[in-house]
Design a protein around this ligand. Structure first.
Ligand SMILES: *Cc1c(COP(=O)(O)O)cnc(C)c1O
Length: 465
């Protein structure tokens, strides 16, 4: 988020300060909203002011919009608090934290089936976005290296309209031409032939998504790999695949272990995953893994001499907390493969249950039938006289946060409702949600739609009913 300074002079006195309610028990002065206050206040009062104001946020348990973890075990929370004051970058001061990070990289690389003859490399990041930037940059660097003596000023990256916004950010930030392939009607995933036709000598890498944010489907990574292996045999051009497994990377290995999408495929050279999605850790952690250390350009790995030790780093930011790495490690130990398998299987079952209830209601058609990650994506059946945006706004009045959005352009403008089924979403909650959806639909049928349609085709819209 980018925030602007507020023109204080144009505000009334009330707008400039916090309206004090209960805390008048302690004092009766206004606290400026947009300037650091001149004086101090007692800790308990500051706490209460922050705490009360945050009550205006949505309830994380009823937030069905987000893939991001909203619940962890108390033991994990204890570890998180215990490690809040350790800077992950201080290798010399906190060597054991580094050992644990290294173990996590090993565990994830093996989960993704690195071949015996490869030495994988990887690092923790703030989330998949940072992970994506690092992986894509490495492929850009390697491509330039391979172009020795030839023009290397027009790099491109090939991906589908089903990508998350981070890929457009990467392309813009690092000056790479984004070749975004249009989605075909009722498929919403990459077509391997389109990928093959879009690739040329300036392609730095191809992106496949394991669990798209729009419909939860998997791009056909094995087929894309086949085309690119073919290309390599015929022309010598070696185009790497990066798999964006932000959402699917902790689901598919447990629910469909036989499905080849990872380092088992020849051209898959790097993978990112969000630890804070189905890795079941609170927000602030992602991972990037390269199939072999040789894929990491020396130029991009900085050996920083800091606080008494030399350390190689490949990250966009420097200091960060170590809690989330420890929390990820806790989950690996605590759950094991068996625990992740059990949770992911349950989530998938709950998602199918919700989908079947949505179909039964007669209101919806599902778009996420192939069910690879635990989400339910539905469009309204026929024209009931209101839109998914109206339904989303109505549900918000009950506290539910269920986003409505339109699918990527070129796939006709289909508006959908999406529910992400996380660990905190029980069958009981699914039944209550369905009751509320049915009631909201009945009300909307009577009252008609509320407010104007939102503009634009991306982002999550909430209108006020
Ligand atoms: C969530 C997501 C991202 C961004 O990940 P963050 O961890 O939120 O930075 C990128 N790609 C896909 C497919 C995602 O689902």
């Amino acid at each position: 988020m980018v925030f602007k300074t507020v023109n204080i002079n144009s505000l009334s006195k009330e707008q400039r300060g916090h309206a004090l309610t209960y805390s008048t028990r302690y004092f009766a002065e206004e606290i400026p909203r947009y300037e650091i206050p001149d004086g101090s206040i007692p800790a308990n009062v500051a706490y209460q002011l922050c705490h009360d104001e945050l009550n205006l946020d949505g309830n994380p348990s009823l937030n069905l919009a987000s893939f991001v973890t909203t619940w962890m075990e108390p033991e994990a929370e204890k570890l998180i608090v215990e490690t809040l004051n350790k800077n992950l970058v201080d290798r010399d001061e906190y060597p054991q934290t580094q050992v644990i990070q290294e173990r996590c990289v090993n565990m994830i690389a093996r989960l993704y089936n690195i071949p015996e003859n490869c030495t994988a490399a990887g690092t923790a990041t703030i989330g998949s976005s940072e992970a994506v930037m690092l992986a894509a940059l490495s492929h850009k660097w390697n491509w330039r290296q391979q172009r020795k003596g030839q023009a290397a000023d027009k790099p491109n990256i090939v991906m589908g309209g089903d990508i998350q916004v981070v890929w457009e950010k990467y392309a813009r930030f690092f000056d790479v031409e984004p070749r975004v392939l249009p989605m075909s009607k009722d498929s919403y995933i990459l077509n391997p032939d389109d990928v093959f036709n879009a690739v040329d000598e300036n392609t730095t890498c191809v992106v496949g998504v394991l669990g798209t944010t729009f419909t939860g489907q998997l791009d056909p990574i094995a087929e894309i790999n086949e085309r690119l292996v073919d290309l390599k045999r015929k022309s010598g051009q070696d185009v790497p695949i990066h798999v964006d497994a932000a959402s699917g990377g902790y689901v598919v290995p447990f629910t469909q272990p036989q499905l080849p999408w990872d380092f088992r495929l020849e051209q898959v050279k790097s993978i990112n995953v969000s630890g804070h999605k189905f890795g079941l850790v609170y927000p602030g952690i992602g991972w990037v893994i390269w199939k072999d250390e040789s894929l990491l350009p020396d130029d991009l790995v900085f050996k920083v001499n800091y606080l008494g030790g030399e350390m190689p780093t490949f990250n966009l930011n420097f200091s960060r907390g170590s809690s989330h790495v420890i929390a990820q490690y806790y989950n690996f130990l605590r759950l094991g493969k068996e625990g992740y398998r059990r949770i992911m299987t349950n989530l998938m079952k709950n998602a199918s249950y919700l989908a079947s209830r949505m179909i039964e209601s007669g209101l919806f058609e599902m778009l996420s039938e192939d069910h690879s990650i635990p989400i339910a994506v539905a469009k309204l059946k026929g024209d009931p006289g209101f839109s998914v945006f109206d339904l989303s706004a109505k549900l918000r009045q009950r506290g539910w946060i269920v986003p409505a959005y339109t699918l990527p352009p070129d796939a006709e403008s289909v508006a959908v409702l999406r529910v992400v089924v996380r660990e905190s979403f029980s069958r009981d909650l699914a039944d209550i949600l369905m009751k509320d959806i049915t009631a909201a639909a009945a009300e909307l049928e009577k009252s008609g739609p509320c407010g104007p349609e939102p503009e634009g085709s991306d982002g999550l819209h909430h209108k006020i009913c």
